[in-house]
Every structure is written in structure tokens, then in C-alpha cells.
Write a protein that binds this ligand. Structure first.
Ligand SMILES: NC(=O)c1ccc[n+]([C@@H]2O[C@H](COP(=O)([O-])OP(=O)(O)OC[C@H]3O[C@@H](n4cnc5c(N)ncnc54)[C@H](O)[C@@H]3O)[C@@H](O)[C@H]2O)c1
Length: 293
């Protein structure tokens, strides 16, 4: 094994629920922290639904599903994460929220606990600097949906120790993931390529070059992508895409990452995509229908 037995996950949204699920499926004892009981209910349901789908598709047996659920527990108390070997943070993409969380965790967890962030675009080094254990802080960037996607980006800062890198690499491999190593620069590898692609699709839509459906169909049928770029924005969360673009634009100051105004308008209307029911598409319909813009 990896020296990791008990895992903590903070946040049980799109990503946290997936990280908790794959960790429990791999045999780890997992404790998930959410902000309140209502958020725990939603997060638990997300894991339940995903495990149900895995059983239907015969990826796991009904008894593996039961054993996975037995290894998962939930809390609203951060202090309960004190006994974990590895804590993975997956809360909103906001540096000040993440920094204050890691500062608090640093006071709660024993010195050997490794702290990891699932951030897509924020500097791991700044989170590490808020703790007294920068050698045991690392980026562990999963992809959505976590149970399906095969990659994890591991982000080492100049302060991360070899031992931390080895432990976290072995942990990711026990989840059945392949690892790529990335430097602590905003967007790592995948989002340096993917974010401009999504933003360009929004820009083409704004310029009326193509409709939502045609832009998506072009990339699905013309390039063999599993989903079009606007469906992908809805899938990632339009609020999350906007935040990532703002952060990457702030870091690199190039138009490539500048968030198109339409993204802000959609977020103002709380049209976050699939998770809120409306985005570029209306998810109350089957199949989802492109929204008039
Ligand atoms: N959505 C994606 O495709 C994707 C992919 C890779 C990485 N990420 C990154 O993962 C992180 C989470 O993104 P998401 O899409 O899961 O967001 P989300 O909005 O679906 O979930 C965030 C969750 O965090 C909870 N939360 C907020 N503050 C908290 C706190 N202090 N303690 C515990 N829980 C808290 C919220 O209640 C919410 O349930 C972000 O850093 C994002 O950039 C997202």
C-alpha cells in the first residue's frame, strides 16, 4: 500500500463526491466534510447515484457498492479530519477560501498528514505557504467525472518533498489512475489546452458564427470529441469555467484566457450548467435543449 489508509475529502460537490467515491472504492476509509447537513445530503446522493450507475454498467457488483458505502462517512466538523493520513480539498475555486482552510487544517492534522488540493488553476505554493508543512502539500488534480476519467495531474511545488510526491503518486495509482506530473503554473497541463478551447467556443457563439448546437456538433461529429465545448462548459460548471479563466488570465495576461462577457452574464443569472439545471442547455428536457441566447 501507500502509507495512506484514512483519507479526508473537503467539499462534496461535483469533484469531492467523485474523489470520495473512487477512494472508498479502492479500499480507503473516507471521511468527507461539507458545510452543512443539506450539502451532505446532496453530496451523499451524488455518490449513491454514481455507484448505482456503476452497478448498472457492471463496473462493480452490488456488494462492492455496499462495501464502498460502509467505508464512507460524512461530517460538518473540520476538527474530525484530525486523524487522516491524506486530506484532499475540493471546495470552490477561491484562493482565500482554500488558504484559510489549509491554515485551519494545519492546526488540526498531525505533522505527518499530507495536504492536497484539487484546484484547477490556483497556486499550490501559496496554499503550502499558509501551512507549517510546505513539504507535505501537493496538487492532486482529478478530472470530471472522477470515477470515469483516467488521469490525475500531480503538481509538485519547489517545497514538496520527494516522499510526499511518492506517497501521493502511489495513492493515485491505487485508485486506478494514470499520473502526469505538472509544474505549479496556473492550469497545469490539461487546462492550458482545454480552457482556451472552451472560451473560443463561447467567443464564436457571441460573434454569432455558429449556434450552440452547431458549435457542439462540429467538434463531436467533425473531430470525434465525446461532447462539444459548450456542453463541456455546462458539464464542468459555467461558474467554475469563469473562475478558472479569471485566474489564468490574471496569471498570464493573454487574451487566450480572457473570460468572454457571456460567461459572466450566465453566472449572474445562476445558469451554472448541468448542476443548476440551466446553462447553454436546459436540462429539465430530455434530451437537453439549447437555450435561446
Ligand atoms: N468541475 C470540474 O470539472 C473540475 C475539475 C477539476 C478540478 N476542479 C476543481 O475542484 C474544486 C471543486 O470544484 P467542483 O466543480 O466540485 O465545485 P462544486 O461547486 O460542485 O462543489 C464545491 C463544494 O464545496 C463545498 N464547500 C465550500 N466551502 C467548503 C468548506 N469550507 N468546507 C467544506 N465544503 C465546502 C460546497 O458546499 C460545494 O458542495 C475547484 O477547485 C475546481 O476548480 C473542478
Amino acid at each position: 500500500m501507500t502509507g495512506v489508509e484514512r483519507v479526508g475529502v473537503i467539499g462534496c460537490g461535483l469533484m469531492g463526491s467523485g474523489i470520495a467515491e473512487v477512494s472508498a472504492r479502492a479500499g480507503y476509509q473516507v471521511l468527507v466534510r461539507e458545510v452543512d447537513d443539506a450539502a451532505i445530503l446532496v453530496g451523499r446522493k451524488r455518490v449513491d447515484t454514481s455507484l448505482g450507475r456503476a452497478v448498472e454498467r457492471e463496473k462493480i457488483t452490488p456488494s462492492e457498492r455496499e462495501r464502498t458505502l460502509e467505508r464512507l462517512s460524512f461530517t460538518t466538523e473540520l476538527a474530525e479530519l484530525g486523524e487522516r493520513d491524506l486530506v484532499i480539498e475540493a471546495v470552490v475555486e477561491d484562493l482565500s477560501v482554500k488558504i484559510s482552510l489549509f491554515r485551519e487544517l494545519d492546526g488540526i492534522c498531525p505533522p505527518q498528514t499530507i495536504l492536497a488540493s484539487n484546484t484547477s488553476s490556483l497556486p499550490i505554493t501559496e496554499m503550502a505557504a499558509a501551512t507549517g508543512r510546505p513539504d507535505r502539500m501537493i496538487g492532486l488534480h482529478f478530472f470530471n467525472p472522477v470515477p470515469v476519467m483516467g488521469l490525475v495531474e500531480i503538481v509538485r511545488t519547489i517545497a514538496t518533498s520527494d516522499e510526499t510526491l511518492q506517497t501521493v503518486t502511489s495513492f493515485a495509482e491505487t485508485l486506478g489512475k494514470e499520473v502526469v506530473n505538472a509544474p505549479d503554473s496556473s492550469g497545469f497541463l490539461v487546462n492550458r489546452l482545454l480552457v482556451p478551447f472552451m472560451l473560443d467556443a463561447v467567443r464564436l457563439l457571441e460573434a454569432r458564427v455558429g449556434s450552440i448546437e452547431d458549435l457542439d456538433r462540429s467538434m463531436v461529429l467533425g473531430c470525434g470529441h465525446p461532447m462539444g465545448p459548450l456542453t463541456l462548459c455546462d458539464f464542468v460548471g459555467i461558474d467554475t469555467v469563469l473562475r478558472i479563466a479569471e485566474i489564468m488570465h490574471g496569471e498570464y495576461r493573454t487574451e487566450r484566457y480572457a473570460p468572454p462577457p457571456l460567461l459572466r452574464r450566465l453566472v449572474s443569472l445562476r445558469r451554472f450548467g448541468r448542476k443548476s439545471g440551466l446553462g447553454f442547455y436546459d436540462y429539465s428536457q430530455t434530451p437537453p435543449v439549447a437555450m435561446p441566447l
